[in-house]
Design a binder for this molecule. Structure first.
Ligand SMILES: NC(=O)c1ccc[n+]([C@@H]2O[C@H](COP(=O)([O-])OP(=O)(O)OC[C@H]3O[C@@H](n4cnc5c(N)ncnc54)[C@H](O)[C@@H]3O)[C@@H](O)[C@H]2O)c1
Ligand SMILES: O=P(O)(O)OC[C@H](O)CO
Length: 343
């Protein structure tokens, strides 16, 4: 793909906007699909995304549009960055317009509530084989705002075929955005989605006033349960020691820019989930993903105690302090069972 070709970015939230800007500054023409007509108009007029990523002037190489079919058509590379709860509906509308052999880079982090599918699982259901489309997952520790500020950042792109991942790697790599490849698509995708649930827990513990010991324990045991589920679902255990695993888990559990951590923090301070979500325009994927994880863990017969407690706090009104007590009082066990991923 040469710099004269255009790339479509589907979703103009903070991450879609940051990825569009990165590609545009590399010289690609970017067609950006914007869900909200009034935001599309504002971006066109002011060159700023004042809903989701205030304070940055957007490149003139970005062309915003609300016409989904028009944005998708005639593109050999598309970046999908809509939240997971609308992913299927937007992807379904895209399919009839996709070019044969196109590459779909999925940058969304979530697990669908009804089907318990990852985002690439949704594409697998929707893509007719004759399209020969390639799905690539992009994940890793990357706050949109810091990417816009050109803070040195490293992420992973995972695909079934290494050559496809390498193609995407070359397109996204910049001097401040380092891209690694992986062939463990399921691992990278699950790691990116599951860390949001643990970030809710880490935020809640900070909101409750617990200290660094608690946060470190949560991150470590959170990684253990993410790895257990991932391995059971076919992921390579070492993926969870990588950027999409411990990398993103650390960022989201400790970084104040995290929406998931912030929701957890406010829950820990005693606010109600409905009130927190009512004044958030942005998405905190962990809220919906915790429901999927609760059911996925049961389905796969994997113990995920932290995720289970978060589900109970969010959906059953459990007191977060009681959730911590219950985690601390579980049966005593060995820290690690081998092979990795065993309960
Ligand atoms: N923001 C980040 O720093 C960051 C970094 C990495 C990954 N992600 C992931 O990217 C995905 C998108 O998140 P974001 O942060 O860009 O979003 P955001 O929270 O900044 O914005 C919400 C997005 O949802 C869209 N939207 C709302 N309702 C919609 C509907 N009915 N149909 C279609 N679109 C609708 C909005 O137009 C907007 O694009 C998430 O899965 C998130 O976890 C975000
Ligand atoms: O703000 P959050 O919690 O959605 O996290 C954003 C990204 O996933 C960080 O990599």
């Amino acid at each position: 793909m040469d710099g004269s070709q255009r790339i479509a970015v589907i979703g103009a939230g903070s991450w879609g906007t940051a990825l569009a800007q990165l590609l545009a500054e590399k010289g690609y023409g970017v067609d950006l699909w914007v869900y909200e007509p009034e935001l599309c108009e504002t971006i066109r007029r002011t060159r700023e995304n004042d809903y989701y990523l205030k304070g940055f002037r957007l490149s003139d190489n970005i062309a915003p549009s609300t016409d989904l079919a028009g944005t998708v058509r005639d593109h050999s590379m598309l970046v999908m960055v809509v939240p997971s709860h609308v992913y299927r509906s937007v992807a379904s509308l895209m399919v009839p317009h996709l070019e044969k052999g196109c590459i779909l880079v999925s940058a969304t982090k979530g697990i669908e509530n009804d089907t318990l599918l990852t985002m690439s699982g949704i594409w697998e259901e929707l893509l007719p084989p004759f399209l020969e489309a390639h799905v690539v997952t992009l994940a890793g520790p990357s706050f949109a705002r810091e990417v816009m500020q050109k803070t040195p950042t490293a992420v992973t792109v995972a695909a079934d075929s290494l050559s496809t991942a390498e193609k995407v790697q070359r397109i996204f790599h910049t001097p401040t955005f380092r891209v690694y490849t992986s062939r463990d698509k399921v691992g990278v995708e699950l790691a990116g989605a599951l860390k949001n649930v643990i970030a809710l827990a880490a935020g809640a513990c900070d909101g409750l006033g617990y200290g660094h010991n608690t946060r470190a324990a949560l991150i470590t045991r959170g990684l253990a349960e993410i790895t257990r589920l991932g391995v059971k679902m076919g992921a390579h255990p070492m993926t969870f020691a990588g950027l999409s695993g411990i990398g993103d888990l650390l960022l989201t559990c400790t970084g104040d820019l995290s929406r998931n951590r912030t929701v957890g923090y406010r829950l820990g301070r005693g606010e109600k989930l409905a009130d927190i979500l009512a004044d958030m325009r942005m998405v905190a994927e962990g809220v919906k993903t915790s429901k999927s994880v609760y059911h996925l863990a049961r389905k796969m017969d994997v113990e995920m105690p932290i995720s289970e407690q978060i589900y109970k706090v969010l959906y059953e009104g459990k007191d977060p302090r009681q959730a911590v007590r219950d985690l601390m009082e579980r049966d005593l066990k060995s820290e690690m069972e081998f092979p990795l991923g065993a309960q």
